[in-house]
Write a protein that binds this ligand. Structure first.
Ligand SMILES: [Zn+2]
Length: 853
């Protein structure tokens, strides 16, 4: 009896909450959908709730789509990897049963269509089109993943001619959630804060997900900026599927924060990347007609041709455009929860899912009706690009150096992801004062199928049609890695054999010594080795000057920043120490020299020129107002690349925890600290090191830890003083620094330079912070060059303001970086300065010239 009573109560409460937000599934169906195969389980049958009634979690999405793939002969499933949080990455291949049975043949035919050598004889008439549907790359834009379930269900179960025609003419690749970790996080937040009764009050928790938002992935990266750089597993495995098929028609489903209505491509015509053919915009415009027709029918307000652009090729709607596809971006107003009210307008989760589903099917309708036009466009694209490649004055790019094999390998890895052929250099070559050795340098001839991707990876750009950018204005990858590279105008006699496998380093071991070991830290991953040794209790010293030693007939020269391990100063025996070294060296090539006495040419190994290197204990400050994208990058750098623990400390906890646990605290933005926390941090900074980045100077100045002065810049206020409102909007864009590559000069005597061989360092600058030389007399180990612009859009005003100003300041207890040193995880070059600050902070800060006020 009791149980029965409970059941009734539960049933009632479920029904009530269901009534408030549930829609029948048919609410999401385009008019053409009338008959459904009852053998295919609907989302509700599997999930226990109707689409739109809860935010579907990533785990539920995977389980349901696996079931669909099992039950339907129209769906194959690909699971090829995992996200950072070990969520399986899944892709559906959806088509008619007949097409799926010969999907490998279709795939190969399609790739042949994208290859000018093979495409001439191919007719597109009998070939299905390959359409890509990517949802929710931003985890908190969850209408995408919720819509993907409906789209997959309709495609699996739909019995109408409309669906059959789509399936007969298409191979549809669906990635239901391109950011699994973010999608999971967001669903948990919204569902756990949902009320049973409708509450559209934007102030309630449901709409106020705390930072870092689940737009980003585990390490707080925006995955929609990572298509080209492929620094995250989500991107890597996606590109594997993408290149396997080279889709013709690519749809990328998002949400935007405003209420202007649904956006779909094409965007601003003038801001299209020069590598994208002009007719791409026109075709997008033609496809847009299908969306206007569908959305008009259901009364959805929409817009196009403004607000977004296809300039930065590292995004999901733009990279396809340089691979012969047509990439389309969709943005729905963001409901943030179930029903959000903005200026009296209610934005409903269910309505926005419906918009996503309708846009998905209008895209699929376009894919059928424009199939041959789109396929011929893609075929023509690769033929045209081959001609452009042949006419290009740049015949190839040369890169690589043995000084930093790891960064050379990293560029090789990125190029391989993008299916670009790499060749060895056939002989040593000097070009523009750069020396390339045949063992460590590689050539990329531009005359390859993925010509445009090669160009976008290597080219510098300094001329623009328009000075406003939705994203960054430049992204030259070898500058980001800071590796030696050069354009080549003639390849004859230079191209060696094709690189087919990974670059392997031969294994190596260091002999036992009773005296000392020496090694340089030129390789990027040397920091991993340093921390590994410290974590095993090995005491390290570093030389503050260059030196040389003679052993037998041989002279060994060492640069500043060479690391010394004195056997006698260790707590472990010489055999154990040798074992610790070899355990690492056997798997990671580092040249370590064993010496049996301490005599040097200019100074000996017992000299005061060798300074102790203390083990870093790092905290990154997070909390309200934190620059989470930069913090996430540094977390990724320190934790994932170098295997070093790093604590993420919320500023609200500063007052209560023991911060003496850390000898480095990194602060990446301006914070409002309580008096208690501020006093504690100031006191702590007397004997430890703060590393500040970007706007953190405001907090550091307030705490009187620094006195960093900002150069008076052309402010946005000034730019709007006169002229019409329209002029103001135009000028406002050009008065910002939207992401540009600037050259800086490194003081090669500074500990910041350890391991680096060239004094010019490319920096990525985003934002308008320009500082002056401080009155307090900091050291300025890094300054912007006299002619700083390397690539990107920088107004002449800014160029003259920035030249010669400090890019890094160092003084007592503080090292301050003006710019993000590890932008989007591709700026590995300048991240080395940050890592040097981490390991050699005491040497940098020791040379204090701070004059007390
Ligand atoms: Zn988005």
């Amino acid at each position: 009896m009791m149980r029965r009573f409970l059941t009734i109560i539960l049933f009632l409460s479920f029904t009530l909450s269901g009534l408030l937000s549930a829609q029948n599934l048919s609410f999401y169906f385009p008019d053409e959908i009338k008959q459904l195969n009852p053998d295919i389980p609907s989302p509700r049958e599997f999930l226990g709730f109707e689409v739109g009634e809860q935010y579907v979690s990533y785990d539920q999405t995977v389980s349901y789509l696996r079931l669909l793939a099992q039950r339907s002969d129209r769906i194959d499933i690909i699971e090829n990897g995992y996200s950072h949080e070990r969520k399986p990455l899944i892709f559906l291949v959806v088509s008619s049963k007949k097409n799926l049975e010969r999907s490998e043949f279709i795939r190969k035919q399609h790739l042949d269509l994208c290859n000018p050598v093979k495409s001439l004889k191919l007719s597109v008439d009998t070939l299905p089109i390959v359409t890509w549907m990517g949802y929710s790359i931003h985890g908190n834009e969850a209408t995408g993943v919720n819509a993907s379930i409906v789209v997959a269900y309709i495609l699996a179960a739909g019995e109408d001619e409309f669906i059959k025609r789509i399936l007969d003419n298409n191979v549809i690749l669906i990635q239901p959630a391109q950011n699994p970790d973010g999608v999971q996080r967001y669903a948990a937040w919204v569902n756990s804060n949902k009320s049973a009764s409708e509450n559209s009050d934007a102030n309630t928790r449901e709409f106020k997900e705390p930072a870092p938002s689940s737009r980003s992935n585990h390490y707080w990266f925006d995955l929609n900026r990572d298509w080209l750089f492929v620094q995250n597993p989500e991107s890597y495995y996606r590109m594997e599927v993408y290149y396997n098929w080279l889709p013709t028609f690519v749809n990328d489903f998002h949400e935007h924060g405003n209420t202007s209505g649904t956006y779909f491509s094409p965007g601003i015509k003038n801001s299209t990347n020069h590598l994208i053919p002009d007719d791409n915009w026109d075709i997008s415009r033609k496809i847009a007609d299908y969306h206007t027709k569908t959305l008009s029918k259901i009364g959805t307000m929409y817009y196009s041709r403004e607000g977004y652009d296809d300039y930065y090729t590292g995004k999901g709607a733009a990279l396809p455009d340089i691979l012969g596809g047509v990439g389309l971006l969709y943005e729905q107003p963001n409901p943030r929860g179930f029903v959000r009210e903005v200026d009296g307008v209610k934005i409903r989760f269910a309505d926005m899912i419906k918009n996503q589903v309708f846009c998905s099917f209008s895209a699929l309708e376009a894919s059928v009706e424009m199939k041959n036009e789109l396929l011929n466009y893609q075929k023509r694209f690769f033929i045209q690009k081959q001609k452009e490649a042949q006419k290009d004055e740049v015949k190839g790019y040369l890169f690589g150096s043995s000084d930093d094999l790891s960064l050379t390998k990293e560029l090789v890895r990125i190029l391989k992801v993008h299916k670009i052929d790499i060749f060895r250099l056939s002989k040593d070559l000097s070009i523009n004062k750069k020396n390339f050795k045949k063992e460590s340098a590689y050539i990329i001839p531009v005359n390859q199928n993925n010509y445009s991707v090669i160009r976008t990876i290597f080219e510098k750009t300094t001329t623009y049609k328009d000075s406003s950018f939705y994203d960054i204005s430049t992204w030259t990858i070898p500058l980001g890695l800071n590796i030696q590279y050069s354009e080549l105008n003639d390849l004859s006699t230079l191209v060696g054999e094709k690189l087919v496998s990974e670059i392997f380093s031969e294994s190596y071991s260091v002999p036992l010594t009773h005296y000392a070991y020496l090694f340089e830290i030129t390789d990027f991953y040397a920091y991993k080795f340093l921390y590994y040794l410290q974590s095993k209790g090995v005491k390290l010293k570093v030389s503050d000057s260059p030196f040389s030693i003679n052993r037998g007939e041989k002279r060994y020269g060492f640069n500043t920043g060479t690391v010394l391990i004195s056997v006698n100063e260790q707590s472990m025996g010489k055999e154990e120490l040798n074992q610790i070294l070899n355990n690492y060296i056997s798997a990671n090539k580092i040249d370590v020299l064993a010496v049996d006495n301490g005599t040097g040419d200019n100074f000996d190994l017992g000299s005061g020129h060798f300074k102790p290197v203390t083990k870093p204990k790092i905290a990154l400050l997070t909390g309200k107002g934190a620059a989470y994208s930069i913090i996430g990058e540094l977390w990724h750098l320190i934790d994932l690349r170098f295997g070093m623990p790093v604590s993420l400390i919320d500023i609200d906890n500063l007052a209560t925890i023991d911060i003496n646990e850390y000898n480095i605290i990194v602060i990446t933005n301006s914070f409002r600290l309580s008096k208690e926390a501020a006093d504690k941090l100031s006191y702590w900074a007397n004997s430890n090191t703060l590393i500040g980045i970007g706007t953190s100077y405001k907090t550091l100045n307030e705490l009187n830890i620094s006195e960093i002065n900002i150069s008076k810049s052309i402010t946005k206020e000034e730019s709007k003083k006169d002229g019409s409102f329209y002029d103001y909007i135009k000028r406002d864009n050009s008065s910002s620094i939207n992401g540009v590559i600037l050259s800086s000069i490194l003081d090669m005597s500074s500990p910041l330079s350890y391991g680096l061989r060239a004094k010019e360092i490319p920096l990525f600058k985003e934002g308008e912070i320009i500082i002056t030389n401080s009155k307090r007399g900091y050291i300025t180990p890094l300054i912007y060059s006299e002619n700083p612009l390397m690539s990107g859009y920088l107004s002449a005003n800014y160029s003259s303001q920035i030249k010669g100003t400090p890019a890094v300041l160092a003084g007592k207890g503080l090292i301050y970086f003006v710019d993000d040193p590890y932008f989007r995880a591709i700026w590995l070059g300048s991240s080395r300065l940050f890592m040097n600050a981490i390991f050699f902070r005491e040497l940098l800060a020791k040379e204090k010239v701070l004059t007390e006020k």
